[in-house]
Design a protein around this ligand. Sequence first.
Ligand code: 5GP
Length: 203
Amino acid sequence: MKNNFLIVIISGPSGVGKTTLLRCLPSENFYFSVSHTTRTPRKEEVNGKDYYFVSKEEFLRMIENNEFLEWIEVFGTYYGTSIKEINKAFSQNKHLVLDIEVIGATRLRNFFGNLAIFIFILPPNLEILKERLKKRGAENETEIEKRINRAVEEIKFAGWFDYIIINDELEKAKECLFSIINAELCKPYRNNKWKEILKNINK
Ligand code: 5GP
């Protein structure tokens, strides 16, 4: 595990731009956890990269075997973070990034303690969110309505998070994300170098 190890947990409504925002983090330093899901892959999605796409039977078997750190069912679709996936990040000497919905996020607070920071990505308003979902073209009108209703419920949790980023302009949102991460990496418990400096001073 990296000695300044950081876990970034990102939540926010579907279509708010979490994936685009997270792509700005360099993959040399950040490991993006790949969740399991029973959802049908979208056109551009790749198995093992965007998600591990599995059948409901396989997902239920994994729950039974305690293979998930957390999981949830949303609109009849299952999503979960496997323990195996988290261990991969630990072994790669990278920071870990999780993109999960709010209930899953709240379940991980006690588990990760102060190693993790929780960031909520907020749309400037619901109209823009709806437009973004339509533009993505992955869901029909009914699905979009469901996602908007869920967005309203998720936004109620925003105050629980350590940070909120409003994704109005992508560049500004990226800047905000970098600032948060840089500040977190300067926390004394993530940066042991000051102890070495102090040791040399006291010699
Ligand atoms: P989508 O179907 O748009 O890819 O994802 C729907 C929601 O599921 C998003 O809010 C996403 O963050 C969340 N999600 C994806 N993977 C996981 C996971 O492993 N656990 C939990 N709790 N939520 C997840």
